[in-house]
Design a protein. Structure first.
Length: 170
């Protein structure tokens, strides 16, 4: 979709003239650009956030020659999409978007309650060991990140398995 098509859709949905819709679309874009250029953040709830990002100077390589190139620091615009936008693109409805949170809450509610039995003094039975606390630090963070990456890869490969390539392989 280009700008003209967007203006046509806005005019149709708003029930107005195309010239009026074009002025409104242009005004929205200009307002966003002006605000971001002046350093402000534009937050459109459910849609996304427009803001500035300062890139540090860095060294890159020319892909043709392999020669090292110095790239100067700069400021660029950035857009981060909102949750409603993300769910709509993913094809998730409003009820299904909240389903994982509800499932997690239900699992917590159904989890068995564990109580610790402490023997009476003088029985000669040693008290049960307490569960170890999770480790903190780089090793634990790396291990957790590796587990999460493996879970994501498994989900991704499961989704790929139901596509056209999987049908050809069958």
């Amino acid at each position: 979709m280009n700008r003209s098509e967007l203006v046509e859709i806005v005019a149709e949905r708003a029930g107005s003239d195309r010239a009026v819709a074009r002025r409104h679309v242009d005004a929205v874009f200009e307002a966003i650009v002006d605000a971001v250029a002046s350093g402000d953040r534009v937050l459109v709830t459910g849609f996304g956030t427009f803001d500035r990002f300062d890139r540090a100077a860095r060294i890159a390589r020319n892909p043709r020659t392999g020669e090292r190139i110095e790239i100067a620091a700069g400021t660029v615009p950035r857009f981060r999409f909102g949750q409603t936008f993300k769910n709509r693109v993913a094809g998730v409805s409003g009820a299904a978007a909240t389903a994982p949170a509800e499932i997690a809450a239900a699992e917590v509610a159904q989890a068995p309650v564990v109580t610790e039995v402490v023997p009476e003094a003088g029985t000669g039975v040693a008290p049960a060991k307490k569960a170890k606390k999770p480790k903190k630090g780089k090793k634990a963070a790396t291990k957790q990140a590796t587990k999460q990456a493996a879970k994501k890869a498994a989900k991704k490969s499961a989704k790929k398995g139901s596509g056209k390539k999987a049908a050809k392989a069958r």
